[in-house]
Design a protein around this ligand. Sequence first.
Ligand code: ATP
Length: 746
Amino acid sequence: MYDDELAKERAYVDGLYSRLDELRAEKVEQLGGVRREKSMGTHQNRSERDAFATLYEDRLAQLNAVDDKLVFGRLDLDDGQDRYIGRIGLSSEDQRQLMVDWRAPEAGTFYQATAFERMGVRRRRHLMLQGRTVKAIEDDVLDHTMLVEGEHLQGEGALLAALNSKRTGRMNDIVGTIQSEQDRIIRSPLSGALVVQGGPGTGKTAVALHRAAYLLYTHRERLQAAGVLLVGPSTAFMKYIERVLPSLGETGVVMASVGNLFPGVRATAPETAETAELKGRLAMAQVVANAVANRQRLPREDVRLDVEGTRLILTVRQVRRARDKARATGLPHNEARLTFVKTLLRELTEQLREHIEAAGAGNNADRSYLGEDVRSSRDVRIMLNLCWMPMTPQKLIDDMFSKPEILAAVTPGFTEAERSLLQRAPGAPWSESDVPLLDEAAELLGEMDATGGRAQASAEAQRKRDLANAEKAIANVNQQLEDSGVDGMLTAEQLADYNVVEAAAQTSAERALTDRTWAYGHVVVDEAQELSPMHWRLLVRRCPVKSFTIVGDIAQTSSAAGAISWQQALTPFMGERWTLEELTVNYRTPSQIAEAAVRMANAAGQVVSAPKAVRDGEWEPIVDHVGADGVVAAVVAAMPEETAAVGGGLVAVIAPLALVAETTAALREVYGARIGHGAGSLEQDIVVIDPHEAKGLEFDGVIIMEPVALLAGAGGRVGDLYVAMTRPTRRLRLVTSEPLPEGIVR
Ligand SMILES: Nc1ncnc2c1ncn2[C@@H]1O[C@H](COP(=O)(O)OP(=O)(O)OP(=O)(O)O)[C@@H](O)[C@H]1O
């Protein structure tokens, strides 16, 4: 019986792959066609062909990316029809539906139907493929009249098979085994902010990625031009997840770690918890505003300026009036500078004219050069810059933190201790908590080129005003819709429209990455508990319609600037416009290890959501007590046992930052290139990382070094140790020179 069914499914799946190959060949043919014609015809013809070429290339890339496990399910329905569910939709040449895209409404029952609520489904079949071959099938029979003796197919559950598979250092999609509580979240409406709270391993990252793919599919018209931004905690994490969306047939999502959210800056410098917390406070927005105002200075007294041998006087009053006029434009600093400079140049030119006329010197021809004389005077240029210096965000923030007199001037109300937390050397590398400050500065400074390329500056200023108007209009429309109880997402089209500013041949994603003012249609934030209020302020700027998916676990917060509750973190930015969903099942960590992590957190006085683990493991956590100088050696000694236990899987050593380098070196002496460390080293089978880098990742086996140090480094929170303990899918070992934190051992 089973073999017959298997043979039938194999034949059907062969047919699906043949169709996929046919479509691929078609696209290759079409692409070849437009490429051959490319150099001919008018400019318009060429650009049309370029557009077609891009379209075919995208479709071809999508067809290539979905090859692995193309299909994973089949539904048998009450009406006698069956329906195959796969990564994309496929139809035969005569438009017969062969396979439904998992995101289509009619595929929803594959994830939602239960024996209690069948939703018209008699049987759900999981097809488990290896390469292009169906290796096994497994049925959930929902209609019990179908349960004929001997017909109920057995086999290891598709879910457990996925969970028990060895980790590769890259996240896989879960499209074949999405559980119903996850599916409900993935398919939630687009508008507003959705917060997904869930303990470790509950699939938050998986859900966030599948939701991004779902939203792009379901709201393609609204989202394709504006784009979707996905924000994660670190570059190692972004690398870990980077293959998931392409495997779901989506390549257009813009992905950025928190440190990369400001174009042109890669912020990775470490920083103390106290400094990060202080820089993350909302009060820093005012500090940055003060720093900008500080660059709009008045001279202490009237100044004399030399213009071609003539002495002119610039009064404090004149400068103040010009400053007020420039500020009244409401433009950002660099753009308002034009008004400031023009006003003073005009007044100084007038003064020069009066001097020359009074002296009876010069003729009309000379006078036309007066303006130029004033503009090119060294004294005048220096004075104008001193009073209103054009600035880049980088220079503003760097000066503010490295020049004590500026720092003191812009931080009234701060204590000396707080100022010393902010102080640093000029040109010091950027940290993650600098990113929102740079963004805030860029917002207040505007574009640099305000006097040089005037046409460009005024076009840019016009664009900014248009953008601001559109945002205002959106806010109004949203408010009206909200007041009348209607979903407010009509506005994404408008967004898309005003993003199409310089419609170049770039994709939205490419443009969005380099454009700080890009307004996304939706933003997905992973590990969101780590974000400071200033980070949230930046993210809301990136998505004025406030359409967000926010996933995280409050108990895993380890940043001192991070969230204590979702309410506290989000209310300042979203008001009450957010809803909370919870995920309750832990798919990663075996019960023995998950329970030890919860006991440890509880013993430290922290309440954590304790999701139910779907699997029991083979081992309780293993503990090695060693002398203070024996920790590194103990890790090296334990490694053969650990790698053997996970049989070729991935092993991670999670160490306090201070021990990472020494441990990596000691392990390399034995294992050479098998040892990776730091971001992007997940291809090796043994890695050494610190708790920050471990966020969001998972490994077959984990060795934690000095758990007490992880607790101590986290400023009273259990986040780092809790995160580290919940990374393994199979085995956990702790190597400690101090008494173990309470709760870990039963
Ligand atoms: N429905 C599912 N089917 C198969 N695997 C799943 C499913 N849900 C989650 N998983 C697997 O469970 C593991 C944990 O998922 P994920 O990393 O998304 O959890 P998380 O909630 O983001 O965890 P953390 O907060 O601890 O980083 C991953 O290997 C993921 O593929």
